[in-house]
Design a protein around this ligand. Structure first.
Ligand code: PLP
Ligand code: COI
Length: 339
């Protein structure tokens, strides 16, 4: 295998096999491992016509001790079940979801990047409605697949400051819409804003759709800010019904509390950016991506945080990666050791 692991970006690299199973007549089939990464379906399938689709993202890490760990797989399984229920799809049982991930790993272990390359083996679970329908309504038949791919950092600079811009002209999700679930439509709805940001060499921050006052999240990652009040360090992250409950953010909140920080989950008005000493985007793909500046074009303001990662972001980043790479005890039982 001739891959320059260190220069991998967040792009699809085809591996040997994928895993798939189907739901018909009220039951899931046994998973099949196959080299066929295509699907033949009717053009009237509900996923194509009405966007009945949900997905996930999780990673396997080659550790410092040579062992392989998958991070919080059951949490992704549970979140996908919630997304499925939200879109009237048959949920994939947690046990079946995890079995498919493990099969995808076992049959593609050669694609796991070596330790210290910055790359990991990413799994993309995908659930789609495949019943042909023109009437507006949910499918009765579903396809679940797990697509593995080695990947590098989501934001090209990795653990280094990335500039963001606030977009008030596009809502990625409404307060009682689908933002809290990981469904494809949220991402398609964000493309107009994220592409406009990319054309300026920036990434996008979305505000709450109702008031446009509070930070919601980044296009593919949650947001956090760090406050310092004397000796007290506070990890602040948005409370919102239109953001995805990030498993990484949940882990960071736990680690921040263990490191003696106060943790606040609440509305974050845009102006509070002046009070943060650091802020970042966090997620499976983003890990922690420190934010170097936030441009607020409507108010002609730029909030500066610097290109270098701040000390608290660095501490949290190390604490998380130490667990994922097996450099410290996994006291929360977050990792499934698979090799
Ligand atoms: N927010 C959005 C919109 C995402 O797509 C993701 C990625 O999954 C996240 C946040 C981060 O979630 P997690 O940490 O579970 O990957
Ligand atoms: C992830 O962090 O796993 C994601 O799915 C975010 C993005 C690549 C869609």
């Amino acid at each position: 295998m001739n891959i320059d692991w260190k220069s991998l970006g967040f792009h699809y690299t085809e591996t040997d096999t994928i895993v798939r199973c189907e739901y018909h007549n009220g039951a899931w089939s046994e998973p099949v491992v196959t080299t066929d990464k295509t699907v033949q379906m009717h053009l009237s399938a509900t996923c194509l016509q009405y966007g009945q689709q949900a997905f996930e993202g999780l990673k396997a890490f080659r550790g410092a001790d040579g062992r392989v760990r998958i991070f919080r797989m059951e949490e992704n399984a549970r979140r996908m079940a919630r997304s499925a229920e939200a879109l009237c799809m048959a949920p994939v049982p947690v046990e079946l979801f995890c079995r498919c991930i493990l099969l995808a790993y076992e049959h593609n272990r050669d694609w796991l990047p070596p330790y210290e390359t910055g790359a990991t083996l990413y799994f993309r679970p995908l659930l789609i409605g495949i019943t042909p329908r023109l009437g507006v309504g949910p499918a009765r038949d579903f396809l679940f697949a797990v697509i593995p791919s080695p990947i590098g950092p989501y934001y090209p600079v990795g653990f280094h400051g990335t500039p963001f811009i606030i977009n008030r002209n596009v809502d990625r999700a409404a307060p009682l819409g689908t933002g809290q679930w990981k469904v494809g439509g949220n991402y398609a709805a964000s493309f107009r804003a994220t592409e406009a940001a990319h054309r300026q060499g920036l990434s996008c921050i979305f505000l709450d759709a109702k008031e446009k006052r509070y930070i919601d999240e980044c296009g593919a990652a949650n947001f956090f800010g760090i406050r310092r009040d004397g000796d007290l360090v506070t990890y602040v992250t948005p409370h919102s019904s239109s953001i995805l409950p990030s498993i990484t953010n949940n882990s960071l909140m736990t680690l921040a509390a263990e490191l003696g920080m106060r943790v606040e989950r609440r509305h974050i008005p845009v102006e509070e950016l002046t009070e943060f000493t650091e802020c970042g985007a966090c997620g499976t793909a983003a890990v922690i991506s420190p934010i170097s500046r936030v441009i607020d074009p409507d108010n002609a303001r730029i909030y500066e945080f610097g290109d270098q990662p701040g000390p608290v972001s660095t501490q949290l980043y190390n604490a998380l990666l130490d667990i994922q790479y097996g450099r410290t005890a996994d006291t929360h039982g977050w990792c499934r050791v698979v090799e």
